[in-house]
Unconditional design. Sequence first.
Length: 689
Amino acid sequence: MKLLEGPKDNLIKELFTPNFDDCKLYRRQTAFFQPSVFKSWGESIKCIIDNETKLEILMAVSEQNFKILNTINNLQTKEEKNKLLAKEANSFFEQCLGFNNPTGDYENRRRLIRYLYAKEQLEIKLCISCDENQENLSLSHNKMGYFVDENDDYVSFMGSANESDSALMRHGEDLAVYDSKETQDYESAKKFKEALDKKWNETDPHNIVFKPTKEFIKKIKTVSNIKDKQEALKVTKEILEEMGVFSNDEIKLRDHQRAAIRAWEENGKKGILDHATGSGKTITAIKTIQALRKKIDQLVVVIGVPYVPLGDQWLDQLDEYFNGVKEKEKFIFNSSIGCYNSEPPWEIRIKKELNQFNTSVQKKRSHLSIILAVNDSLSSEVFQAAFKEANLNNDRVFVIGDECHNYSSEIKLNSLPQDARYRMGLSATAFDDEKNLTLGEKNFSEYFGGICHKYTLKDGIKDGHLCDYYYYPEPCFLDEEEFFSWREYLDKGDKSNDAINSMEDVIDNSKEKYRLFLSILKNKIKNKEHTIIFSGQGKKEGLRAIDYTADILDKEEWTYQMITAEESRKERRKIINGFERSDIKSICAIRVLDEGVDIPVIKRAIILASSSKRRQFIQRRGRVLRKNDDKDFAEIYDFVILPPAKYGKQGLKIIEREVARVEEMGRDALNQNDILNFVNKYRGLYEIA
């Protein structure tokens, strides 16, 4: 028996890729089967098409259909139950094959699934657990499968992983694997295979299995528009290109990424990439590292990030990529080193790595060292001493500052290697106001070499790299007590951070905002899945704002988890994994998810944290616009705080900042007319020109 523990073990490379190579039958029981699995199967899709591998998928009713089961269980007769089940099963099959999303992106994936189904290479059934009398229906949570090769040997597996990209590639899922060719594994491999065969063949009394109707199969054959295997292979190639699934050295950069790298090189190998959130800044940086390492042979890369979750994400991508190309390109790479508390003693690892790097320079061995630090670690005495002690040649040092606007702080800026030859800043909002830079902004701009390339959110949507969105501004009026509390702070003329924060707190804790939030939960959001709620940092009625928000979610029976700065890497990953699987419907977060963290499944953002800071609300908009298989558009609910109508002139400062945010947030939204009407209405109400 072999135990695979994801994501430490690569489930795809260890199990799926080698077994798909000569597989004639893949039979699988899973909670769900999504087109995104093509991404994790990767190059194996070619083998599946070439070898005409039979795919037999036994799926469960998903968590979102749990209410359907309750309805069915409440029916009186078995005939009634079976009739409703059959109806829901057909709807479920249509969803799997893309009939619920007939337009938009990922059309090639839907085409390929329909081709496989139409030529009977793919077969899908629906499995529901029951008692021995076929009553008391419940979700089927079993997850197992097996591969049969041309010699009729088979590899069985069982564990927690579903058949999706997120489960197989990113989640912490475990699989126990048994090979029938191994004597010690034979009985277990056979046991799991036979258990799954009983369910598939409908001989297990504790499961009810539904197949698509003849009419449904006929419908698929009618709409399938791939005529033969050759065309299917061509479509497969297009799918892999769309998903960026290539062998590592074949990753194709988008046009704007190639242009950005050229601009950076022409700027003296320095510069800031001011690119919209979700447009692929990390990949651009990784490919720049690869190209630069090839040119100078030995390279040390120092990457600074503001938060631990963003650091975790970088480490995963760096290690996956460079471990994949180091053998072909023949250079030393000992994995990236993360410098923050959740990692092992990083100061020891840095010293060891940089000593080895210097030895490689002396012996003329190709070597890539990557050190990633959160900004607090970067400025620590320990880090600075370790880096100084290495006495590196600055012509071999490349500094990357992710969310580089954070280096407007003098302390943070000075913590970066000051004489590094190569520098790249990454940000979706490098400056708050490019025409009126602060001293701190001027300093970090000078360090990184100024903006060398721009790629806007509008560009990303137009090019199909970001999804369309609807923006819904919700007007919330301060009551008189709240308004005069705000005026009191303003009239004092105190411009300290404490005074500004006190004014923000008044706006952030508006009574009407939370009443409206509750109304939106009750009346406007029908599907709770993949919703993120950005909460304020202050307090509401003696509770942290995030805890107050959580109480409202509890009362409305939402399944959610909170992400603050307090969770460990393991805990945070578990929450995000559950959110991607839809076990957790929503995430309630403070600022820790504002910058850089990639959760493409987010379909909806509710912004409770009213912010006048342009960068913050733009970052939050960016969180929800990343592309994903099951998302044709995103939704953003934003609470617009306004003074009582009769105090419009006195509250002009509030009105101006809120209207400016609405205009910025809605500039590229699909519902432009609604937003324009909103702005005109409230400008008119307060008689603002």
